[in-house]
Design a protein around this ligand. Sequence first.
Ligand SMILES: [Mg+2]
Length: 160
Amino acid sequence: MKYFKPDFELDHFSKMDANWLEHHRVKTIFSDLDSTLAIHDEPGGDDLRTWIQMLKNHQVKLVIASNNSQGRVDRFCQPFGIIGFGKCAKPAPYKLRKHMDAIGASKDTSVFLGDQLFTDVWCGKLLNIRTVLVKPIGKEHEPIQIVLKRKLETIVKNRW
Ligand SMILES: [Mg+2]
């Protein structure tokens, strides 16, 4: 069960601050959207805006990788001027691997950020990049299939 263990566990995306990113030599962040950067199906808040500005100031690229629809991803990304892929079919790595190659992102300087083990962390492992697990934002807004998956996650986590 160690397979699913992320490289880093943080409370919130904002813990990946300028020092953290520099220390871990992160240049590209592939990130899940729902429950990782915002409440499920809601826009990002001021804390996210501040964080994205910090990333831009430090030339760290943020790429959204979501299993939600492209419409949801586009609506979310537009106000922040960032790019994102919907319908990624995580944990399948293919769509993201293609994009990693296209933008020339190095495995050594990329991380995958997300709130779920069986989609986000697994996808990062399949891409062979480091993984960051954060606590879900706005858990009570999640659809039932995600609530059920969280129960499975708890079983796996208890075996680390
Ligand atoms: Mg999520």
